[in-house]
Design a protein around this ligand. Sequence first.
Ligand code: B16
Ligand code: MG
Length: 218
Amino acid sequence: MKKQIAFIFDLDGVIVDTAKYHFLAWRNLANQLGFKFTEEHNELLKGVSRVKSLEILLSIGKVELSEEEKQKYLVQKNTEYLSFVNKMTTDEILPGVTDLLDYLDANKITYALGSASKNAPLILEKIGLYNRFTALVDGNDVSKAKPDPEVFLIGAKKLQMKPENCVVVEDAIAGVEAAKVANMYCVGIGDKEVLNKADIVFKDMTGFTKDFLENLIN
Ligand code: B16
Ligand code: MG
């Protein structure tokens, strides 16, 4: 008999690579504040909320700002980031994603988004996937950021599924931790050594073969 399962997808690093746009906007801000910000530094911001990202960036540059200045720079960074997002098209959907969603639809398996990004609805609209998700949970819906499991637990509730029957797809360490704390099966996307708490790790979304999916639901 087929198991009743549902999927919850992270956005950045799983469905699209928006990290490259976050990087450009954060780097410009760092340069403006007088220090260098590298791709390596950018790794520390993956899966992390916007406010926490600024804190990390400021600690890298050893810069202290008032609350008012922080708010101003958060708006500035997001405005620049949105100028990239507004140019996104369906071409930016990562390889393997459309095939996976098609398989889930054909097998009546529902799926939600579980992202830290407050811009997630706009990004999904830009890449033409907004209407495919049964539920969306994003940075506007949560009070506690990953690794807290809140984002995925709300997702399970919206999908009317028990946490243990949910499969989370995540590319960030904090997201993998959140999924495991939520008692969900977690597929990591990226490096096996880095995402070592995930149940299985694929290097990218093409890892979701038909065989793997059939084993998961049977
Ligand atoms: P925003 P995810 C996360 O998306 C990004 O990985 C992270 O780098 C970003 O700071 C965070 O969203 C907040 O994004 O500024 O758009 O609200 O991986 O959780 O889908
Ligand atoms: Mg991510």
